[in-house]
Design a protein around this ligand. Structure first.
Ligand code: C2E
Ligand code: CA
Ligand code: CA
Length: 804
């Protein structure tokens, strides 16, 4: 807006300047006209003067015949003529000089110097000299050569007043006139230094002098000659023109014409003042209208600017309440924008409502399980968070139970997902009906359900409920005609204001549930911190074992087996060790059960078999040939389809015989899939490998059963050996086992022999082989290669008291 007003101001100023300039020019033109008129008058005067001169000449020529010499007659004659001339030609003075410049006649005693000079100049040039002189008044002067009757050169000088002429000029110009003389005679001289010789008009000399003194020094004669000069004092304005009186004669004398132009000046000034005032008023009015118009626009735009953010903030009521100002006359663009804004507001409001409704529906979907209609994991998180927060206000504990079906996968895999889903629906109903209304039950995922107990007086209540649920789910689930027998494992955890998060609670219940599963399922288990560290360790091991295989962090320790009757070394059992880069040595009991059933267990198993062949080769290279290395095979490894091929490859690559490699299987491995086991054992047996049954006595299989398999060796579990003292039951078991095994044509190895007493008892029982700390602890491969030469004495494992 200020820009617009600025523009307006500039435009009107320009217009004003143009008007004023035009007016100025008119004004100046007026002055120029005055100046020109003065000049014309001056020309007129000049013409008159030159006419007079011509007349004078004519009248003087006839005088020549009567002028003789410096005689009285001549003087009388001139005197007579002077009267005539004075009357007819306005000649005021007359002088006659002879060739020696002696005055012959003068009508006046006083002869000014310039008259004498003029005469001298005339004599010298022998031509007439004309000049205008102003002394008190101005007059025209002419000196001309005259030849006397007796042939002498004389000078006749006449002067005539210019007063009359000036008066005539004064009348015709209506200006105040004065003759001025510039003392310097240069046109560059200042006007104010000019001297007034004679005022012609009625103006007083002093007034004229005072006027001249007001002219600035910088105003030169030249300037004034050209255009005149305008002088303004006290509301009075004068135009001062300077007119050269006669260019030929002199330029020191000028006619000064002072015109009183006060009236024109006043009207010029008032015109300019009027123009400026009008344009200022116009600017002010325009600015005001602009401001008023723009202000309304601005206010309307401001309202719009305030309304629009309300849409973004979803304050629709406020948006609708804020009323818009319409244009005063006709609809303009802002009205249009406003209309669109209102439309936008309406649509946004409608859309927002719809979004809100959809969000509620989505929340419903997101919070409840579609299959069972129970709250889902999201909802559980939400509820648990609230309950944990509420713990601060109640002394009662919060109980979280995680329930998992023991064989749901089997149902799903065998009968399909449709049946699985129905099973879950029925199970969910059964669960719901077993709980109080206030308890929360949610489907956590798959076949896992989480129960949150509210207001439990004592944790024992939770245990009672868990027991009840275990029993309740032993009853079969009926789907149509089908009956599904199932069982559940429950993990229970409680929280009494400890700083636990939802995730912590669910994780604890999960750990406890896995403990129940580990213990065989169909039971509940209460969470304790020990479980947690076990699980942590388990997770750590599962994670690290992959790197361990790549980095070859596994090593074998070899434990010697000796023939009891002779004390001779017959071979070693290879026992795995994990050299963990951070945790040091980890024993197999810690990581084998975790790795069991995983791909890495099989990889590790193959590594072990390969290593066994290498050990045999190395022993042979050291000169210890004919020994046997026993390798433990995990159940999954034994069932691996690649096993037979792998063994064949090893045999082909190695110089060692298959009979040197003993494969240890546990009873559990053997009974897992008896048909496959049998087939595999026979195939391996055909390749030449020997089989031993590890940990015998801990399983349920009988010797009679095992003897039907191609087994060569039975290893009696060390728990029996450890229990063999005095006349114990274990001693009897070992004794009869040894006897039976021998009878069935197999060999017996006693594991865990720790004392000389045990060894001597075993010897008495005619047990074939002994293995145990008493004979040797497992020794790392590299250490064994070094120690072996010192350990053996003619094949007998020394440093043992076997003399019994
Ligand atoms: P296992 O096959 O029964 O191995 C014998 C275990 O008894 C070894 O424990 C051995 O150090 C220990 N032992 C030997 N003599 C005595 C003794 O006089 N007293 C006592 N108390 N213990 C004795 P280790 O090395 O911890 O191995 C534990 C189990 O880990 C093994 O039991 C075996 O089932 C498994 N295992 C070891 N290495 C391998 C392997 O390479 N592959 C597989 N699949 N399992 C392995
Ligand atoms: Ca073993
Ligand atoms: Ca064993």
């Amino acid at each position: 807006m200020s820009l617009l007003i600025g523009f307006l101001l500039i435009a009107s100023s320009l217009l004003t300047i143009v008007w004023i300039d035009k007016n100025d020019q008119d004004y100046l033109r007026q002055h120029q006209a005055l100046h020109d008129r003065d000049l014309n008058q001056m020309h007129l005067i000049r013409e008159m003067l030159s006419n007079r001169l011509e007349l004078w000449f004519e009248s003087f020529i006839h005088l020549q015949q009567r002028i003789t010499d410096n005689s009285e007659a001549t003087r009388d004659f001139i005197s007579e003529e002077f009267d005539y001339l004075q009357l007819n030609w306005q000649i005021n003075n007359l002088w006659l000089f002879d060739s020696q410049q002696q005055v012959i006649y003068a009508n006046h005693q006083y002869i000014p110097d310039y008259v004498k000079d003029g005469a001298a100049q005339t004599l010298k040039n022998q031509s007439s000299v004309s000049q205008i002189r102003c002394v008190q008044s101005c007059f025209q002067l002419i000196s001309m050569p005259i030849l006397s009757t007796n042939g002498d050169l004389m000078v006749l000088t006449a002067s005539a007043s210019l007063l009359e002429m000036m008066a005539a000029l004064n009348r015709s110009t209506s200006a105040e006139l004065a003759l001025v003389v510039s003392p310097l005679g240069i046109k560059g001289a200042s006007l104010r230094d000019a001297q007034i010789q004679a005022p012609i008009s009625y103006i007083k000399r002093q007034n004229l002098d005072a006027l001249l003194k007001l002219i600035p020094q910088s105003i030169t004669l030249n300037m004034v000659l050209d255009k005149g000069y305008r002088l303004v004092i006290n509301e009075q304005a004068y135009l001062i023109n300077l007119l050269p009186v006669d260019d030929d004669i002199t330029d020191t004398a000028y006619l000064l014409a002072v015109h009183d132009i006060s009236e024109e000046w006043a009207s010029h000034e008032s015109y300019q003042f009027g123009v400026i005032t009008i344009s200022a008023i116009v600017v002010a009015l325009c600015a005001l209208t602009f401001f008023l118009m723009a202000e309304r626009l601005r206010r309307r735009l401001l309202i719009l600017a305030k309304r629009l953010p309300l849409l973004a903030q979803k304050k629709y009521d406020e948006f609708n309440d804020m009323k818009f100002k319409h244009s005063l006359m006709f609809l303009d663009e802002i009205d249009e924008v406003q209309r669109s804004t209102n439309l936008l507001g309406e649509q946004l409001e409608a859309m927002d409502g719809k979004i809100e409704q959809n969000t509620r529906e989505l929340e419903n979907i997101a919070m409840y399980d579609r299959l069972t209609g129970l709250p889902n994991r999201n909802m559980l998180n939400f509820i648990l968070r609230k309950k944990i927060a509420a713990l601060a206000r109640t002394p009662k504990p919060l109980v979280v139970i995680l329930l998992d079906f023991d064989n749901f996968r089997k149902i799903n895999d065998s009968y399909g997902h449709g049946v699985g889903d129905e099973f879950l629906m029925v199970a969910a109903q059964r669960l719901r009906s077993s709980l109080r209304e206030s308890d929360v039950i949610s489907r956590f995922g798959g076949d896992e359900f989480v129960i949150v107990l509210q207001e439990v007086d004592d944790v024992s209540n939770a245990i009672t409920l868990a027991e009840k649920l275990v029993i309740k789910f032993r009853e079969p689930v009926e789907i149509g005609a089908q009956r599904f027998y199932t069982s559940v494992s429950l993990g229970i955890t409680t929280c009494e204001g400890q700083n636990l998060t939802v995730d912590d609670l669910v994780r604890q219940a999960d750990i406890a549930m896995y403990a129940a599963k580990d213990a065989g399922g169909d039971r509940y288990s209460m969470f304790n911190e020990g479980m947690s560290t076990k699980v942590m360790r388990r997770i750590e091991i599962e994670h690290d074992v992959r790197d361990a295989l790549l980095d070859e962090q596994f090593k074998f320790a070899l434990q010697a087996q000796i023939e009891i009757s002779t004390g001779k070394l017959i071979g070693f059992e290879a026992l795995i060790r994990w050299l963990h880069p951070k945790n040091g040595y980890i024993m197999p009991d810690e990581f084998i059960p975790i790795m069991e059933n995983s791909e890495s267990m099989i990889t590790l198993g193959y590594w072990g078999i390969k290593r066994a062949f290498k050990i045999l080769a190395h022993l042979e290279s050291l000169g210890f040939s004919g020994y046997r290395v026993a390798v433990n095979l995990s159940a999954s490894q034994f069932l691996d389809p690649n096993l037979i091929n792998f063994m064949r490859e090893q045999l082909a690559q190695s110089e060692q015989g298959a009979e040197q490699v003993e494969l240890e299987l546990t009873e559990r491995t053997v009974v897992a899939d008896i048909e496959q086991t049998l087939r595999k054992m026979h195939e391996l047996k055909e390749l030449g490998f020997t089989f031993s049954i590890d940990d015998f006595g801990t399983g349920y299989s009988s010797l009679a059963y095992l003897s039907q398999l191609p087994v060569d060796i039975i290893k009696i579990d060390r728990s029996f050996i450890a229990g063999m003292s005095g006349n114990s039951a274990d001693k009897q078991i070992v004794k009869s086992t040894v006897a039976m095994v021998r009878k069935l044509g197999m060999k017996v190895v006693a594991e865990g022999v720790e004392t000389a007493e045990q060894l001597s008892m075993l010897k008495e029982m005619r047990c074939d082989v002994a293995q145990g700390y008493y004979i040797s602890k497992p020794i790392f491969e590299d250490d064994l290669y070094q120690a072996l030469p010192t350990k053996l004495d003619d094949g007998v494992w020394n440093k043992l008291d076997l003399q019994f």
